[in-house]
Design a protein around this ligand. Structure first.
Ligand code: FAD
Ligand code: SIN
Length: 538
């Protein structure tokens, strides 16, 4: 049993990945009361599994202009140039902060930092801790949080935001007409009960949406909860069709596809077909280090053309000490029966990263006063239509720093009153009564997304997906409104909401750009526009 929650907080943070933890640290240091809620164990996050590293300009041969240009090129015309420049220019300072917190980036024998290379980067600029960068960052941040005495509540699942609009609808007196956050409902898995939490401000740092797909690199926490919460609270969601499929995950029928970091190609591995022939030369001048959307589409095409179930990474041909540089990949391949020093690794693409999300500024503010979004859940304009590899850890740490300053300023206005909140009303049917049906719903949802909303799309496939998802949504929401909620039900409710948002966003984009490729509109439109999908109010 963890520590009890207080009646109210200045800031409640939902999520304990790099974004939530970095943000918490800086707001707590300013003396505000902060609580982090996290739905599983505190280290369980996408952050914890990041392999390749964190991109920033730190070497003499590199410069900001090159990093900006690589980011914009990968983003395929949809990046916000000012956001790109500001985020990337803050990178080196935030790297120094991480080093100060104890992140020991791998160095070369001569003492210089070892810089990895990944797809779309014209220079080596990815700082890494071998191939376990995310784990090292997560550990350092959790230790810093503990030193600062920030409350972290595990197994507490943010369900829905409580907003002024919602409270007024329920007959609660809230001054004025504007909408803003008052708090949230959270499901306490240890007590099987819903808590009502009062907060002057809330940060959504819930990470990605990978679990909407049958095959994903993301751990089970990545169910798009923050996007669903924001949409239900009345916010439009931006560019959600840009789902990044990582080109290389270990080929197996397991749903959690183990990532083979792009840094393996950065160190010289080539993608080859069944005869050992390299494939990427014919698709892009950067060959194996082309931007990710191009590599994933090339693999998809090669697999469809030749009918093979996967391609291979030719690791035995590499001239590095694979075990030393990639110990996590090495061990995980061995566990799956392949020794990458002697055998090629079988690889296929899998859903990996959500470039869209809750529209948020450089200070993490959203259109709702008091509500902030940071990390993978947010859409800031940095990634455009396709994220450059290793720019997401960087975005999270840079914008958490800036966002925390904005929250500190918002909280300085201590006049902001806390209001009494409407209590949660639970249904009376145990959600477990429908466990089997719900798990079939979930399976159907993930297969629909994989089959119809994948790397290559068409209007017909997207419409088919929309109609299936709507049926699933009706069924799942009917259970939800009558149920005594539990974690699987809350997650599937969010997944079906996010899947619908992805499909609606994809149907609205009448062009192919970056990660969104549709056979019906194979060309890029003349002007790059953001797609905003209207809220799915509850
Ligand atoms: P996360 O780290 O995912 O944290 C989200 C947190 O929110 C978790 O603690 C989760 O439990 C919690 N949460 C979610 N919903 C709720 C809820 N309803 N209530 C309470 N808590 C909730 N990017 C790079 O830049 N470089 C890399 O090398 C790299 N490698 C990657 C490798 C893998 C295998 C994966 C999956 C991703 C990788 N990425 C990489 C992407 C990057 O890791 C993520 O984009 C980034 O870590 C996201 O950080 P975050 O803080 O936004 O979210
Ligand atoms: C990888 O290591 O290939 C993942 C990097 C990323 O997603 O940025």
């Amino acid at each position: 049993m963890g520590q009890p929650m207080k009646a109210e907080y200045d800031l409640v943070i939902v999520g304990s990945g790099i974004a939530g933890l970095s943000f918490a640290l800086k707001v707590a240091q300013a003396g505000h009361s902060v609580a982090i809620l996290t739905k599983k164990d505190k280290a369980e996050s996408n952050t914890n599994y990041a392999q390749g590293g964190i991109a920033a300009v730190t070497s003499a041969g590199d410069d900001l202009e090159k990093h900006v240009s690589d980011t914009m090129e990968a983003g395929d015309g949809l990046c916000d140039a000012q956001v790109v420049r500001e985020v990337l220019s803050d990178g080196p300072a935030r790297i120094e902060d991480l080093v100060e917190l104890g992140v020991a980036f791998t160095s070369l024998d001569d003492g210089r930092i070892s810089l990895g290379r990944e797809g779309g980067h014209s220079e080596r600029r990815v700082l890494h801790v071998k191939d376990m960068t995310g784990k090292a960052i997560e550990e350092a941040l959790l230790a810093a949080i503990a030193r600062e005495g920030v409350e972290i509540h595990e197994h507490l699942f943010g369900i829905d935001l409580i907003t002024a609009r919602k409270a007024r609808k329920l007959g609660i007196q809230v001054e004025g007409n504007e909408d803003f956050v008052l708090g949230l409902y959270a499901y306490d898995a240890s007590a099987a009960a819903v808590r009502t939490v009062s907060a002057r401000s809330i940060l959504l740092a819930t990470g990605g949406t990978g679990q909407t797909y049958l095959y994903t690199t993301n751990p089970s926490i990545a169910t798009g909860d923050g996007v669903a919460m924001a949409s239900r609270a009345g916010l439009s969601i931006a560019n959600l069709e840009f789902i990044q499929f990582h080109p290389t995950t270990f080929h197996s029928l397991e749903a959690d596809r183990f990532l083979i970091t792009e840094a393996v190609r950065g160190e010289g591995a080539k993608l080859v077909d069944g005869n050992g022939n390299p494939i990427m030369g014919k698709y892009h001048p950067l060959a194996d280090l082309a931007p990710r959307d191009i590599v994933a589409r090339a693999i998809d095409r090669e697999m469809k053309r030749s009918g093979v179930p996967c391609l291979w990474l030719d690791t035995p041909a590499m001239s590095i000490d694979f075990r030393d540089r990639f110990p996590t990949v090495y061990e995980n391949c061995l566990k799956r029966g392949v020794d990458p020093v002697k055998e090629r690794i079988p690889v296929v693409p899998a859903a990996h990263y959500s470039c869209g999300g809750i529209p948020a500024g450089l200070d993490c503010s959203t259109e709702m006063p008091g509500l902030y979004a940071c990390g993978e859940v947010a859409c800031t304009g940095l990634h455009g239509a396709n994220r450059l590899a290793s720019n997401s850890l960087l975005e999270a740490v840079v914008l958490a720093f800036r966002g925390a300053e904005a929250v500190n300023a918002y909280l300085a206005d201590k006049k902001k009153p806390l209001f009494s909140l409407p209590e949660w009303v639970d249904g009376d049917v145990p959600a477990s009564d429908e466990r089997v049906v719900l798990s079939h719903n979930l399976d159907e949802l993930k297969r629909t997304m994989w089959d119809y909303v994948g790397i290559v799309r068409s209007t017909k496939r997207l419409e088919r997906a929309r109609s299936r998802i709507r049926n699933l949504s009706r069924e799942i929401n009917e259970y939800y409104w009558n149920a005594k909620v539990d974690l699987p039900l809350l997650e599937v409710r969010n997944l079906v909401c996010v899947a619908e948002l992805i499909v609606r966003s994809a149907l609205s984009r009448k062009e192919s750009r970056g990660l969104h490729y549709t056979l019906d509109y194979p060309d890029k439109a003349e002007t790059a526009e953001t797609v905003l999908v209207e809220p799915m109010r509850s």
